[in-house]
Design a protein around this ligand. Structure first.
Ligand code: CTP
Length: 408
């Protein structure tokens, strides 16, 4: 059962015998944690009293358009916009006709015309009125305008006739409301995205290290974009001064070796993006004690190559992520080096960028990238790192979903 907790419905009660069912509708909505504000048409007051609806909703009921106090306290525009959804129940033939033609001659129809929220109608009327071509024309117009409809049901009517025209039951209306208010399913919901970011730090001794200028900004922006698309997002990051993006699972690391171990521990993943500027080398034998200035020559640092994290993950047999993306930070011959890295590292896509001093990419907020893959080169204009991140995640979502579709 979808929770309606914290939601607000503006219920517009039309003038029909089915108006009595709005008591139960309000009660059900309230038990689901939904606030209900009520507008009644003048005709509705012939069937139910404002007092009964006010006591059930726990709020004042709005009845007339030109009530000065209502206009001051809560104008009709605010009334319709403060709600998450407008529900018209019962939606009489007359109310549907007004809505279809944009009439606004009372509070109910004015609120409906002034709203920028989704509207659900629960029609209720005599079977002949429902079948009348004018009503069916209005219904088609309302559907075209994006208005959602629940019911009417078949059955015996208050007037003794039989057929469609009975208002949907309150529980059915609540289900329709819950369906309209549930958050949209995000495209990467249920998918796991692994991202490396920032520099790595390779210790020389307990107080010194080798590292690089990477700020981590692009990788963190990608993590935010992955969260926004609903992915379970793992951010394996070297030391940066950036705040942890909300919604990510942060795995802080220092060295390339730790970064590799952490990434491998997070597999399987659907998409892996290697945006970290991994130090290519580490000190072969770092000292556990601070190296003191000796009397003789400065110490010679002997380096050994770090594992290539991207290549290791991209060439794994059993649990290679479906999409593996590398970055190529170059200071010249950008496309050529990127194409070379694409094949050498076995990834599906390289995001190549120029990080020469004059580009301002390292530490800056902008990036100009080229996407290099087996299907060609796509060059994007200079954009903010946030925009690059969102566009990249959208691109990767399409790649992932279409490759999963093709595999089916
Ligand atoms: N990368 C990695 N592990 C490494 C080195 C690089 O995972 N030890 C990844 C980076 O995160 C990036 C891609 O490989 O996605 C390319 O990184 P880059 O530094 O441009 O390439 P290198 O392989 O280091 O080659 P070179 O420094 O010679 O350009």
């Amino acid at each position: 059962m979808t929770s309606l907790d914290g939601k607000t419905v503006l219920l517009i009660v039309g003038g029909g015998i089915a108006a009595y069912k709005t008591h139960e509708l309000i009660r059900l909505l309230k038990t689901r944690g939904c606030s209900v504000r009520v507008i009644m048409t003048r005709a509705a007051e012939e069937f139910v009293t404002p007092l009964s609806l006010a006591s059930l909703s726990g709020d004042k009921v709005f009845t007339a358009l030109f009530s000065l106090t209502d206009e001051v306290e809560m104008g009709h525009i605010q009334l319709s916009r403060a709600a998450d959804l407008l529900v018209v129940a019962p939606a009489t033939a007359d109310l549907m006709a007004k809505m279809a033609h944009g009439l606004a001659d009372d509070l109910a129809s004015t609120a409906l015309l002034a709203t920028d929220k989704k509207v659900l109608i629960a029609p209720a009327m005599n079977v002949r009125m429902w079948r009348h071509s004018a009503t069916q024309r209005n219904l088609a117009t309302l559907r075209r305008d994006g208005i959602a409809v629940v019911g009417p049901n078949d059955g015996e009517m208050a007037c003794g006739e039989f057929g469609p025209g009975r208002m949907a039951e309150p529980a059915e209306i609540v289900d329709a409301i819950a369906g309209l208010l549930k958050p949209p399913t995000l495209p990467l919901a249920g998918k796991k995205v692994l991202i490396t970011a920032g520099p790595t730090r390779e210790p020389i001794d307990p107080v010194r290290f080798i590292s690089n200028h990477s700020s981590g900004k692009q990788g963190y922006a990608i993590a935010r974009a992955a969260v926004a698309l609903g992915a379970e997002t793992i951010l394996v990051s070297g030391p940066t001064s950036l705040p942890i993006p909300p919604g990510v699972q942060m795995m802080p690391v220092e060295t390339a070796t730790e970064m590799l171990e952490t990434c491998e521990g997070e597999l399987p993943a659907d998409i892996a993006i290697f945006a970290a500027a991994v130090a290519d080398w580490r000190i072969a034998q770092h000292s556990d004690e601070k190296i003191k200035k000796g009397k003789g020559n400065p110490p010679t640092l002997s380096l050994t190559e770090n594992p290539d994290i991207l290549k290791t993950v991209a060439t794994r047999k059993a649990d290679r992520p479906q999409i593996v993306v590398g970055f190529a930070a170059e200071t010249g011959n950008v496309i050529k080096h990127a194409a070379d890295k694409l094949t050498r590292k076995g990834c599906d896509l390289i995001v190549a960028n120029d990080v020469s001093a004059e580009s301002g990419v390292f530490g800056g907020d902008h990036n100009k990238v080229h996407l290099v893959s087996s299907s060609g080169i796509e060059s994007w204009p200079d954009m903010s790192k946030d925009d690059v991140a969102h566009k990249l995640m959208e691109h990767l979502t399409v790649m992932l979903l279409s490759s999963q579709e093709a595999a089916r």
